[in-house]
Design a protein around this ligand. Structure first.
Ligand code: TRP
Length: 332
């Protein structure tokens, strides 16, 4: 049996944090064992909202390094920069010919962008879903790990794929399905007691994979807590539950049980809990931070990784594109 083909694009924004790791990332890493995976940095898509980027390569490189440090494997998977695969753009042109203004204008993410940026309603923004469809269909991917916010785009990918197949009486494209991770997603809370880590909660509430030990300690010691339980076995308020959630993620079961017992018997001192959490968090983050530093400094290795990814992606994309061109009726 042939393996399912997985494809996902990564926006080159921000730095990776604990929430990213326990969200999609850890699952990307695991998927490599089971599927034929294509992961790329979406550095064409960046142009839709940043018409004058000075740092497009640096951003892509930085995010690539951080994903590699988390375990994306350039040997087992195909990991590349979107802008290294111009075949995508040719497929994007073909798909745009059968993408209708009305359906593109109805896309939620487009309407949001128009509202946020009424002075930059460009055609690239409008056709964001066809570019995304091209990213996926160029490898004939069947599974796309994406968050809820991308499901409408994926639905459109299926629409465009089906329309192409119908139009040319072909079976060129499979219809890709979204894969959510459901139960496997561990929601990491922000340190300020409310919301998810990384979601507009500010840097002080977020542990980045690049954070140095003293930064981690400071952030955790300042995390929100309360004045402590007054009755045995009290339900934990949100900010305390959040500290325990983090503890469960980076500490041993014994440690969690120890502090749980102290809480339930009203003997807990949050300073002690935070000290322990900071220590275990640092142990957890350190290998990521060190691998990031190592890769950052090894330009030759990074270039080799990018070249390998580009070549593997090209092999897959040129196969699809020849078939598409033949199907449409162009010379090959
Ligand atoms: N639109 C996705 C996001 O905002 C990124 C992306 C671009 C993508 N092309 C893709 C995701 C193809 C999956 C497949 O996160």
């Amino acid at each position: 049996m042939t393996k399912d083909i997985v494809c996902s694009g990564i926006r080159p924004t921000g730095n990776l944090h604990l929430g990213n790791y326990f969200g999609a990332l850890r699952n990307f890493v695991a998927m490599q064992d089971e599927y034929d995976c294509y992961f790329f940095i979406a550095d064409y898509h960046s142009l839709t909202t940043h018409p004058t980027p000075g740092s497009i390569y640096d951003d892509a490189r930085r995010i690539l390094v951080q994903y590699l440090a988390c375990g994306l494997d350039p040997e087992r998977s195909t990991i590349y920069l979107q802008s290294d695969l111009p075949e995508t753009v040719e497929l994007y042109l073909f798909l745009n010919m059968n993408a209708y203004l009305g359906e593109l204008e109805r896309v939620t993410s487009f309407k949001d962008k128009v509202r946020q940026n009424p002075n930059n309603v460009n055609a690239g923004l409008l056709t964001y879903p066809t570019l995304m469809a091209a990213d996926i269909l160029i490898h004939k991917a069947t599974k796309v790990p994406v968050g809820k916010d991308q499901e409408q785009h994926l639905e459109m990918t299926r629409t465009f794929a089906q329309r192409f197949n119908n139009m040319y009486h072909s079976e060129c494209f499979p219809l890709p399905q979204a894969v959510g991770f459901g139960q496997q997603l561990v929601k990491i809370p922000a340190l300020n007691g409310a919301g998810k880590m990384g979601k507009s909660e500010g840097e002080a509430s977020t542990i980045f994979l690049t954070d140095e030990p003293d930064v981690i300690r400071k952030k955790i010691m300042k995390a929100k807590s309360d004045s402590g339980p007054t009755e045995p076995n009290q339900t934990k308020p949100e900010e305390i539950e959040n500290l325990f959630t983090l503890l469960r993620v980076v500490s041993t079961a014994d440690t969690v049980e120890h502090f749980d017992h102290l809480y339930n018997t009203c003997q807990i001192r949050y300073g002690d809990l935070k000290k322990q959490l900071a220590e275990d968090m640092e142990k957890f983050i350190a290998p990521f931070r060190e691998r990031i530093k190592e890769l950052e400094a090894d330009d030759a290795r990074l270039r080799r990784i990018m070249d390998l990814g580009r070549d593997k992606a090209h092999a897959s994309a040129s196969r699809t594109l020849s078939e598409v061109r033949r199907t449409i009726g162009y010379r090959n």
